[in-house]
Write a protein that binds this ligand. Structure first.
Ligand code: SF4
Length: 230
């Protein structure tokens, strides 16, 4: 069993890749039948804010910090009118707190001004909010609104998809939107949200950035980076 020190691309047709992706999906369902968003939330607004706070942070930290913010500023209007310095202080532990505080207050101001204080439920509207790109929008649409409009491509999903060679972007390997398009081609639409959550769990538990545990990975027989096609 090889460890994924080098990403290997198997010679396979698009149909073969699709069929391998379906097997990977089945393997993920066996491993993580209940995979879901790890950010605690009770509304679309809370999920949106927590997702903004989660960039470059951990879900554990966000789950500690966000309730303090929501207790003091329960609505989009409250957050839109909050002092930036106060928001910065509350969310400080999540990192990049100045930029995040701006994104939180400005996106809430836009939600109040353009959507009557309610988080919109379409990709087009969500990505217009300050600090919200496709990844965050996909989290909200898939997790809260239960719409499979796309695949959440965070650092875990992008890394695992490359190692498993169900995307192959070479010099564009950091381009989350291109990776998302590749994944949307090989994963059935109804599973897009589940697939994202399950890949994130597998990235945390088994296929870490620094040391993928290929020896204990039940997906290894489907993964070219573990030598499955050598
Ligand atoms: S998915 Fe499994 S086999 Fe493939 S690189 Fe990650 S840990 Fe190794």
């Amino acid at each position: 069993m090889k460890n994924a020190t080098r990403i290997r691309k198997p010679r396979e047709s698009k149909e073969d890749r699709k069929s391998r992706a379906a097997k990977i999906l089945r393997g993920l369902k066996r491993l993580y039948p209940e995979a879901d968003c790890a950010l605690e939330h009770g509304s679309a607004l809370q999920l949106l804010i927590s997702t903004i706070l989660s960039a470059q942070s951990t879900d554990e930290t966000v789950n500690k910090v966000a309730p303090v913010l929501f207790a003091k500023y329960p609505t989009a209007a409250d957050l839109a009118g909050a002092e930036l310095s106060d928001v910065e202080e509350i969310i400080h532990a999540t990192g990049f707190f100045r930029q995040k505080a701006k994104s939180v207050t400005k996106s809430c101001a836009a939600i109040v001004a353009n959507h009557g204080g309610e988080v919109p439920d379409t990709m087009d509207e969500l990505v217009q909010l300050p600090g919200v790109a496709r990844k965050t929008a996909n989290v909200i649409l898939g997790t809260w609104f239960k719409k499979n409009d796309g695949v959440v491509v965070d650092t875990h999903v992008g890394r695992l998809a490359e190692r498993m060679a169900i995307t192959w972007r070479g010099k564009d390997s950091k381009d989350a939107v291109k990776i998302e398009l590749d994944l949307m081609e090989v994963i059935p639409k109804k599973s897009w949200t589940y697939f994202s959550h399950a890949m994130i769990q597998h990235g945390r538990r088994v296929c870490s950035a620094r040391k993928p545990d290929c020896g204990d990975c039940t997906l290894a027989k489907l993964c070219p980076s573990a030598g499955a096609f050598d």
